[in-house]
Design a protein around this ligand. Structure first.
Ligand SMILES: [Zn+2]
Length: 293
């Protein structure tokens, strides 16, 4: 694989997942992350001519409007991959039979909408297990992209989840296994033949959308990761590109990213992509995985 490859991926977590992480009660209603956030992401990709990878929580494809957006994205050349069917944070701890059934259902849901089975998977909360890795191969996935080589991310998340466990609003998220975050950050082939395409980090810091849109550290991390020879992946979430206009105040209060005006977040992402497109060729993750088979 040429050293000049980058990927742009997005996890399409809905607003309900963030409410669950922050211990807020479920609330029905329209989801601006999966409408406004997704639309802004697709416009961003179009303006930079980037073919991206969209990790879809496939139960959302039951919504015809969301399915229409995903079909449109696939026709525009983006890869549609699986982010599980239900986005259960405990997914990796389920029995092998339950894991396989969920993965199979997710694959069929994607095939139903885009007429093509997905090759890639990203786990809810980035939590993997040996049973999950085996199941991915058994049901036919080519690659996984769930590893985040960032001990700092794990420690920060564990602190939040532990703090919330002492309150009346515990987080639905899982602390996970720290060893999964002390990992080789370059693409590699696992013993069972699955290709692992980790997300990208540097100095133990995750190079992800929420960092790029909120932190002054982001440009330093971007500078370091762009020097890597291996393919790099900038992982976004739909929340990164959604304004706070239609989001309930109780969620805005606990999300530093939503407190940054959307115009500023968008500009920071655009600047990052401008730097990347000068030195790297963007490929969807399925194409990156092909080179490691
Ligand atoms: Zn997710």
């Amino acid at each position: 694989m040429s050293q000049a490859v980058a990927s742009l991926s997005i996890d399409l977590d809905g607003i309900r997942h963030y409410r669950a992480i922050h211990g807020l009660k479920p609330k029905s209603g329209p989801d601006p992350f999966l409408t406004e956030g997704l639309d802004r992401f697709l416009e961003l990709c179009e303006s930079f001519a980037i073919p991206a990878t969209l990790f879809v929580v496939t139960e959302d494809l039951d919504d015809p409007e969301f399915a229409r957006r995903i079909r449109h994205a696939a026709k525009a050349g983006h890869e549609i991959a699986s982010h599980s069917h239900h986005h259960d944070y405990n997914f990796s701890t389920q029995s092998p039979a339950e894991i396989q059934a969920e993965l199979y259902r997710s694959r069929q849901a994607i095939r139903h909408v885009v007429r093509k089975l997905p090759k890639g998977f990203r786990a809810p909360g980035y939590n993997l297990s040996p049973a999950l890795k085996d199941a991915l191969v058994k049901v036919g996935f080519t690659y996984d992209s769930s590893m985040l080589p960032s001990p700092l991310y794990w420690a920060a998340r564990a602190a939040v989840i532990s703090g919330k466990s002492l309150t009346s609003r515990p987080s639905a998220s899982l602390i996970g296994r720290p060893k999964d975050f002390f990992v080789d950050g370059t693409p590699h082939r696992l013993d069972n033949g699955l290709i692992e395409l980790p997300m990208t980090g540097a100095l133990g810091i995750p190079w992800i959308g929420s960092l790029v849109v909120t932190s002054p550290l982001a440009s330093l991390v971007t500078r370091i990761v762009t020097r890597q020879k291996a393919p790099i992946d900038l992982e976004l979430h739909a929340i990164d590109l959604c304004s706070a206009d239609q989001v309930e105040p109780e969620l805005i209060e606990v999300r530093r990213d939503l407190q940054v005006p959307i115009s500023i977040r968008q500009r920071r992402l655009e600047r990052t992509l401008q730097k990347l497109v000068r030195s790297r060729r963007f490929r969807p993750l399925c194409d990156v995985a092909e080179a490691y088979r």
